[in-house]
Design a protein around this ligand. Structure first.
Ligand code: ZN
Length: 326
């Protein structure tokens, strides 16, 4: 029997990554009633991590003193329609039937999806994209992921992997990516790639890169966050790196808006949250280079839910699936 808050359905959202699992009990308005976060230990294998998820869920439910009708899980990795994690590099998982295992352990309906897809659903239903039927979310963190809502539907693709916008090719034969391709957007503008580019730039011109090295401690410790910090201090090399990153992002976004003609392009993820200047910096090059018809009604906005988009979206996805089944 469904436990309801003011007559409304409650669901749990779980955001599962390689370093932590976060769980939240969420109401129909996207409000978090209780939440819990624990470290994950992928070295314990799927059984250990699943036990950690179950403990996190049980502790969250106990704190709230309420029951949930279902659980949505967003996982960093490829997830098929049966809720099996086909591949998660962060967790070191291949073919883990997460939905089945959690339903057995928790006795509740479980919906498993990719974490970025869940975050897109969160921003669409409860964040920056509310009330819009056509939007694209682009999350720029260590990697770059995305989600596409078109005509009021979240695109899934043939094998449930639609939305891998970080792997759009922006430079043919360009920088090596972590995927088989070269020249991907992520290989230039993902957090790991910003760090790589910054380190190469400093090695080529150590004199101008002094501030970056001082902030990081050594060249190999320069990260995207170091670049952001030096940029804020007005460092010239960091400013050039940020400017170039914005141009790469704009190149990707031009292809995205030409392909999908969204009303909203929602930007989120750690790199963008760390430096919201990126959003305004790409506005002009996107409008100059994309098809006019594709950008006429386009708004480029910041994500609204921050790092809670994943749990809120996962819970909302579960509510959607349960609602359809009733
Ligand atoms: Zn790639």
């Amino acid at each position: 029997m469904a436990e309801k808050e003011n007559g409304k359905l409650l669901t749990l959202g779980v955001d599962l990554g390689g370093t932590k699992v976060e769980t939240a009990l969420v109401d129909v308005t996207g409000r978090i009633l209780a939440s819990r976060r624990r470290l994950t230990h992928p070295e314990k294998g799927p059984d250990g991590v699943i036990a950690e998820i179950v403990a996190c869920v049980e502790s969250c439910v106990a704190e709230a003193g309420k029951r949930a009708q279902g659980i949505g899980v967003g996982v960093a990795g490829q997830v098929d329609r049966a809720g099996t994690v086909r591949f998660s590099p962060n967790l070191g998982w291949r073919n883990v039937p997460l939905k089945v295992r959690l339903e057995e352990a928790l006795g509740m309906v479980v919906v498993v999806n990719n974490d970025v897809r869940a975050a897109t659903w969160g921003e669409w239903q409860h964040g920056a994209g509310q009330g819009v039927d056509d939007l694209v979310c682009l999350f720029v963190g260590t990697g770059i992921g995305g989600g596409i809502v078109s005509g009021g539907r979240l695109l899934e693709g043939c094998h449930n992997t639609a939305g891998e916008l970080g792997h759009l090719t922006i430079v043919r034969g360009g920088r090596h990516c972590h995927c088989p391709n070269r020249g991907c957007l992520e290989a230039y503008a993902g957090g790991w790639a910003i760090a790589e580019r910054a380190q190469e730039t400093v090695r080529a011109d150590p004199q101008s890169g002094q501030r970056l090295v001082t902030l990081a401690g050594s060249i190999q410790q320069i990260s995207a966050a170091t670049v952001t910090q030096a940029y804020r201090e007005g460092d010239a090399m960091a400013s050039r790196l940020v400017e170039e990153t914005a141009q790469y992002l704009a190149a990707g976004v031009v292809s995205i808006v030409n392909a999908f003609n969204p009303c909203f392009l929602v930007f989120g993820g750690g790199v963008i949250q760390g430096l919201p200047d990126y959003v305004s910096a790409i506005e002009r090059p996107v409008r100059e280079n994309a098809l006019k018809a594709a950008t006429e009604n386009l708004r480029i906005v910041m994500a609204a839910l921050g790092d809670k988009a994943g749990v809120i979206g996962a819970a909302a996805l579960a509510r959607h699936k349960i609602g359809k089944a009733m």
